[in-house]
Design a protein around this ligand. Sequence first.
Ligand SMILES: Nc1ncnc2c1ncn2[C@@H]1O[C@H](COP(=O)(O)OP(=O)(O)OP(=O)(O)O)[C@@H](O)[C@H]1O
Length: 291
Amino acid sequence: MSETPERPTHQNGPDNLPVQSAAAPPQAAPGTPGGAPAQTQAPALAIRGLAKRFGEKIAVNGINLDVPAGSFYGLVGPNGAGKTTALSMATGLMRPDYGQVWVHGVDVWAHPIEAKRIMGVLPDGVRLFDRLTGEQLVTYAGLLRGMDRETVASRVADLLAALDLTADAGTLVVDYSAGMTKKISLASALIHAPRLLVLDEPFEAVDPVSAANIRDILSSYVSSGGTVIVSSHVMDLVQRMCDHVAVVAGGNVLAAGTVDEVRAGRSLEETFVELVGGRSTSEGLAWLRTS
Ligand SMILES: Nc1ncnc2c1ncn2[C@@H]1O[C@H](COP(=O)(O)OP(=O)(O)OP(=O)(O)O)[C@@H](O)[C@H]1O
């Protein structure tokens, strides 16, 4: 079994799919047998030439990205930029048309079970087993991960308390609000203490107190060596919370690096608007004026 990353074989863009020039894949540490990237040195997530098309629509255009281990990485971009599609392919939920992804050096699509063992994922728009109670859902997530019942029970209690869901532990998830559903999905992603957390819009619909609690949980997770990737539309939040950021638009990575590198002395929001463009006036909506 080799996890040696190979150069993507599609750099010329088969089917006329335009792709960005692929950077070198994650390098193996010198002396690593078989050339596999060293687990300690490989990026937490490495993406090479990842592409997806839906009919004529190129959702993700052959992107490359390295997420350093131990980073708090923000993924920002306008609606329809390709964030969810990219994260779904990166976490083994959606098969890419082209490209490769490694999680801590493990090829996600060649070795999905091994890769998923070290990831916790909060996907966007994926249906939950919502006829379970919140407590049952998180317990199920832990048992699916092969954890023993005692550990699962104690972690479920901890997570429900930390996310302010203890009082609703026995409520069916189908009856949860949008924010509660986000929080129970996050608990399910955290239960096995993964090395990498990939969270698609974790703060959407979550109240400010819960959002602050979640930020604390994620910050201490990163301080203890974990890696977090969050997609968000809230630039201020990303600027305050994350140490790295990638700006995605039209299926391309427009900028990536540390937050300070990307924003280059301006606010992240200003940088985002400049990179992405698309500001429009309301002149075409004159009929909407009431006086
Ligand atoms: N299953 C699908 N079938 C067809 N088109 C899709 C599908 N999923 C996504 N797309 C298209 O791919 C593009 C990227 O969508 P994606 O959901 O990845 O964007 P996003 O950056 O997550 O957007 P948002 O911020 O609005 O959630 C969009 O144009 C979308 O319409």
